[in-house]
Design a protein around this ligand. Sequence first.
Ligand code: GUN
Ligand code: ZN
Length: 678
Amino acid sequence: MAQFEIRAREGLARLGKLQTKHGAVRTPLLMPVIHPGKAIIRANEMISEFGFQMVITNSYIINSHEKFREIALANGVHALLDIDCPIMTDSGTFQMYFHDLPKEEIDPISIVEFQKEIRTDIGTILDVFSAPDVGYEQVERDVDLSLERAKMSVGIKGEMMLAGTIQGGMYTNLREKSAQQMGKLNFDVYPIGGVVPFMEMYRYTDIVRIIQACKKYLPPDRPVHLFGCGHPMLFAQAALLGCDLFDSASYAKFAESGRMLLTSGTVHLEGLSELPCECPVCSTTTADDLKALSKDERDAALMRHNLYVSAAEIRRVRQAISDNKLFELTSLRARSHPALLEAFETMLEEMNLLYQQDPMAKTSSIFYTGPETVNRPEIVRFHNRIMDRYPYWETDNILIFPDSGGRPFSESASTIIDFVRKKPPQNLIVLFLTPMGVVPWELEHVHPAQQCIFPKKVDSNTLQIVENRLLEFLKSMKFKKIIWFSRESPTNSILARLSEMTDVMVASTASEALENVESAEIKENDWIQRKLRVILRYQWGEEAAVLADKGNLTAKISKSTGKIRYVSQDGHILFTMVPTNGLLTPTFQGGIELLNLGIDSRYIVRIEDEVREFVAKGRSALAKFVVTADSRLIAGEECLVVDSEMNLLGVGRALLSGEEMLIFKRGVAVNIRHSRDT
Ligand code: GUN
Ligand code: ZN
């Protein structure tokens, strides 16, 4: 059974927990490579000084040295390395490739047996490493042989967790084939292998393509290991693409050739007059002093530096995932080397998988980092969702308000907002035009609209996309008049393009803008029904929006922010609004209403009846008890948890997508907020 569960996520990145016989580790995780005999920095220190949780060593090397073999066989690999933390072992695949050893050198079955005998936590099959330049036919044979060995190995793994490596060189279809077939076997970890030569050649774009091809087919409930990726400049990018485990021999290899790893690249000590880093090594010595050391002492000092930097970056990646800042961290890293920027842009070209997995309803701010921001999954999804679910597509007047940067939007537009609150949507629609696209007034507080922070000027690529999104929106809209409120804004230039296509009335004051809207006043507070209709539909579709049509919803509005705080019907609170993302969360009563309205089945998760009382009392709905979940349910959405008779047990936020809920056997599927008995 898979030993992996997800705690938080961003893009394809997961903050996970992997259970081993020697305890649980948090992912994304970096394992320093320990040479069993000649480790300059011992395994123990890796844990106590550098804070690593797990190490990786090589079972082939252990097996081929009598001294190591005997200790490991007698007392286990943990005794050999003298540590009590989880250990992964590799099989000798890389040594076979690197030293061009004869194929009889390692027997694929014996090496798996050996890893079991030395009681490693996670063993690795003897996959076949394809050199980067051998051509398609050879790589295909390597993939097939790896698969054959994988099938034999998985049958004998016993209690040991086993890693089944994906090969396929740079051939997308071979990677896909390898991932697809290996994915059907019951491996506990899926390494992506054969990438070391690409790493060394700075071919990061190829690595991105390789990861994307593999991730498409690997089971989501197993951790993915990017084998041999030990350079910290790549951790953020690889994690964003869904890699959970990393190993580093680089800290030692680079040190031995006088090179220092940095999150922005590699530098040679030889060329330095200043040390570019704040780690304990660099803070307590100088470049000249390092150069003056003996080779062994210098190697050790550079190794320590390399380990500090690598460990810090992996911690930063984990924190970034929990803060939803990994995309931004990756954008930043991409600027430090053209090869990384190219890799990042390659990722942006093929975002489908990332869009599917990236969770909804975040609360974090989104900082503009460059032309990529407008294509972030949160922003693309917002646009697609308003195109799909905004309810008002016919109006007399569209008032376009270019975003001036202030948040909330309505603060810098209070006269207009007071005005639109008195009009029916058939009379007036207000759109904020921001550097992420169109934000209808009703959704002004919804993430990421309010949470996006842009500078006063943005790049022309962003403006082009914003223009396209505006035109797409307007094309769907039947209207009589467009009024453009002219003011200082990064999106101002779009006025010129819009005017070429249609009549636009330009106003520079609120009264000027509004005198053109002939009036049809509505009842006080009808704007609340209007706003709720839009938000309900945005979150759960048109069935839910019917709730606002009855006209008997009331809302408590915050005096200080103007935001809805909660929504009631006949004195019962049905929804509260999360102030940081502007989205509604149903109370239990609200959940009952949604269920009675017959909302789309994608928002309904059915669990086994044996655990219904637990969920009814407010405990999380665990993935292993999910019976049905809809593949269109996106992680992060608010959903309803029911039993086999469609009785509501609880409402809460999905941690997994509907598809994942059916696959995962560990961890939480839905975090329950409100339940029947609480
Ligand atoms: N170490 C670095 N790359 C690889 C690989 O492709 N397979 C295995 N087993 N180990 C590796
Ligand atoms: Zn340093």
